[in-house]
Design a protein around this ligand. Structure first.
Ligand code: FES
Length: 165
């Protein structure tokens, strides 16, 4: 078969894995569009919100005991995320990476959990959260990661079913 300019490649309807309902994103995985140009890649259209954990107790060396970097970052994120339903903010006591303030973690059902440190800029944290939310399983491609998910990355933890052997 000869394709003319403007013809679309044939559709290959692969469908979702057994046991999971079809989502918009399945159209990209098995349909016309490669996933990197997918118009439906904003998985928040169907996905529940991801959770962004922020350590409230992280403290920079110059911080007073009553005004900690973690609390300030959490407050800045609260302002910026007001009205959004794709990222659920969670303040936590400690993520056990205390020497690299501020520590944050990105978590969601059926996704890898990412723990990152040295989080200072709330806009970068939100960018990281958005890339995480848009990823299929939590693993953000290296070229799409902000610095927080490169040099700031402390650990990634597989989703629960993958821990079973
Ligand atoms: S005080 Fe922030 S990770 Fe422990």
């Amino acid at each position: 078969m000869t394709r003319e300019p403007g013809d679309l490649p044939p559709r290959m309807d692969v469908g979702p894995p057994v046991g999971r309902e079809r989502t918009y994103h399945d159209a990209c995985l098995g349909g016309y569009w490669p996933s990197h140009i997918c118009f439906f890649k904003v998985s928040s259209m169907t996905a529940p919100p991801i959770t962004l954990h922020v350590c409230l107790n992280c403290r920079s060396p110059e911080d007073a005991d009553t005004c900690r970097a973690g609390t300030r970052l959490h407050a800045a994120l609260t302002d910026r995320l007001d009205g959004r339903d794709d990222i659920s903010l969670s303040g936590v006591d400690c993520l056990s990476v205390c020497k690299r303030p501020v520590t944050v973690a990105f978590a969601a059902t059926n996704k890898w959990t990412y723990v990152a440190a040295d989080a200072i800029d709330p806009d970068e944290v939100i960018t990281a959260a958005e890339r995480y939310a848009a990823s299929e399983d939590g693993r953000v491609p290296w070229r799409e990661r902000p610095t927080l998910l490169k040099s700031g990355l402390v650990a990634r933890i597989p989703p629960q079913p993958e821990t079973r052997r």
